[in-house]
Design a binder for this molecule. Structure first.
Ligand SMILES: [Zn+2]
Length: 243
């Protein structure tokens, strides 16, 4: 959290004063490295934030190194390129100012999501291994009320179950029209922005903000990341990219 705050302050300053921004970044990161935190009283309030976070507790308690990860896929294709390649393949179509999945792809995607929604975590993990070329080691991980796929060895990096369902389904649906594996993977990730209900529990998704859980940020001129979250699964399903 402290690193994020330093990054945020640096970014805000960066708009106006590049030198001081770099200084904040350098001093801030150094302070975190030396003290473990830069915000005063972090040891007092951090545990409360951790308690409010959906991430499993042991990840903050000196347990195995693991963190939430945005996607099952790994890609170096940027968003604009992905959309233009998906459009060229007929997988997404323009709808006024917006794009949306093409009809047949959209149907295939939702059919696949429905099929995967009831799978156990172990079955979902097996499907991820069989389906995705970039995923070798993946296991189900349950933490009280949240369900994840842990990707990688050890505790791995945690991908929320709704994210995994949406991406696996999209990867399969895109196979009909997209040959390039890299574009297909990136497309599977991007397709989550088109979700309006949770692929696991069908609850309508809500827009939320990165910091609404913490109440520590209230500058109206600079909005933090906007998220799509499932209020029932209590997990984020999509993070809108900041400009
Ligand atoms: Zn849900």
């Amino acid at each position: 959290m402290n690193l994020g705050l330093v990054a945020l302050v640096s970014l805000l300053l960066y708009r106006h004063r590049r030198l001081s921004s770099l200084l904040v970044a350098a001093v801030g990161v150094a302070a975190i490295v030396v003290r473990g935190y830069v915000v005063p009283y972090t040891p007092q309030f951090a545990p409360r934030l951790v308690a409010a976070s959906p991430l499993p507790d042991d990840f903050f308690k000196g347990g195995p190194e693991a963190s939430e990860r945005e996607s099952l896929t790994v890609t170096d294709v940027d968003g604009e390129t992905v959309l233009s390649k998906l459009a060229a393949a007929g997988a997404v179509v323009a709808d006024g100012e917006l794009v949306r999945p093409a009809g047949s792809i959209d149907e295939a995607w939702h059919r696949e999501m429905d099929r995967l929604a009831d799978r156990s975590l172990a079955e979902l993990a097996a499907t991820a291994r069989e389906t995705l070329p970039n995923v070798d080691t993946v296991e189900g991980f349950e933490d009280g009320d949240a369900e994840w796929l842990a990707v990688g060895t050890g505790h791995g990096e945690l991908v929320a179950r709704p994210v995994a369902v949406a991406e696996l389904a999209a990867y399969r649906a895109l196979g009909e029209s997209v040959e390039d594996t890299g574009v297909r993977l990136a497309g599977a990730r991007a397709f989550r922005m088109f979700l309006d209900s949770c692929p696991v529990c069908s609850t309508p998704l809500e827009e939320s903000s990165e910091v609404s859980c913490c109440g520590g940020y209230s500058d109206p001129r600079n909005s933090p990341d906007d998220l799509l979250v499932c209020p029932t699964c209590r997990q984020r399903v999509y993070t809108f990219p900041t400009e």
